[in-house]
Design a binder for this molecule. Structure first.
Ligand code: SF4
Ligand code: SF4
Length: 289
């Protein structure tokens, strides 16, 4: 039986309960619409699974998942960590796991994991509403593909987990929990402060820009994005029903040119446009439907 000793910083259950409770309370006020309620349930479920996976024991499988695999108790691996280890350890078989898991989910759902499962996506849904339609914003979206393309050569040449060293998500989900749980035994590396600076930049970005991390910098999103064009799940537009009110464009957190650009790689399948459309001119459909 688990006995609470009121020492949250050293308690793995606290790392599960505290973010889930905070997220739930904030989210209840923000999510409106039929699909948004389902999306909240999905994001809460994935947040719970992510934070409590250590309770269920190791399986020995590689999971492509969204938390840094250096997190305390993490049994699942961030896809970028898998990619880096493949090139650092020259363990090429890891690329098969990676292509299989990302390819399998993305060919079915496209980039829906960003909108429905990723805890960092969930965090961004809670932090900002601010949108921008500048040309710079559109051009900067290419950064996430450049980062993704740079990770394999950087890892191979340096022999280090080159991206993880400064990854803000790793900083949030691995470095800081490690430090909190073991403040006296923690070993500070050269990259600790640069990583914390990047983490501060991450928080500024996601407060200032809606889905700023997903839009511009996330290399995991960049892996899944191209599948939007061919995935089984598609966002359909029925022009004959459309009033051209552009409520869909207003509500889109990724600032997509809606209702015309439904196949874009930027869509995270959040369904906000579907919920807000007054005439059902937008709908999610699997290609066989
Ligand atoms: S919200 Fe619906 S009706 Fe309005 S522009 Fe978008 S698709 Fe058309
Ligand atoms: S186009 Fe619709 S489903 Fe895609 S990100 Fe924008 S609001 Fe979400």
């Amino acid at each position: 039986m688990v006995v609470c000793n009121l020492n949250c910083a050293s308690c793995p259950l606290a790392y599960a309960c505290i973010p889930i409770t905070i997220a739930g309370v904030i989210a209840l006020r923000k999510y409106r619409g039929r699909l948004q309620k389902k999306r909240l349930a999905s994001q809460m479920t994935f947040l719970f699974i992510t934070n409590t996976a250590f309770l269920f024991g190791a399986t020995g499988l590689i999971y492509s998942y969204f938390y840094c695999w250096e997190s305390p108790f993490a049994l699942m691996a961030c896809p970028i960590g898998v990619l880096e280890h493949a090139f650092v350890d020259k363990a090429w078989y890891l690329l098969i796991y990676l292509a299989g898991s990302i390819g399998f989910t993305s060919i079915i759902f496209g980039r829906a994991a960003c909108g429905w499962a990723c805890p960092i996506g969930f965090l961004q849904d809670l932090t900002s509403k601010r949108k921008t339609k500048s040309e710079w914003d559109k051009k900067l979206r290419i950064l996430k593909y450049i980062i993704l393309a740079a990770i394999p050569p950087a890892s191979y040449v340096t022999g280090q987990l080159a991206y993880t060293l400064i990854c803000p998500i790793g900083g949030l989900t691995a470095t800081l929990p490690h430090l909190l749980m073991n403040p006296h035994g923690y070993t500070f590396t050269f990259f600790f402060f640069p990583k914390m600076m990047v983490l501060v930049g991450f928080f500024i970005l996601i407060v200032l820009l809606s889905r700023g991390w997903c839009r511009h910098l996330c290399p995991v999103g960049a892996m899944m994005a191209p599948f939007n064009k061919i995935s089984l799940l598609q966002l359909e537009y029925y022009e004959d029903k459309c009033l051209k009110c552009f409520k869909c464009a207003d509500v889109c957190p990724m600032q997509i040119n809606m209702p015309y650009d439904t196949k874009t790689a930027e869509c995270i399948r959040c369904g906000k446009c579907v919920d807000v459309c007054p005439t059902d001119a937008l709908a999610f459909k699997f290609q066989w439907q």
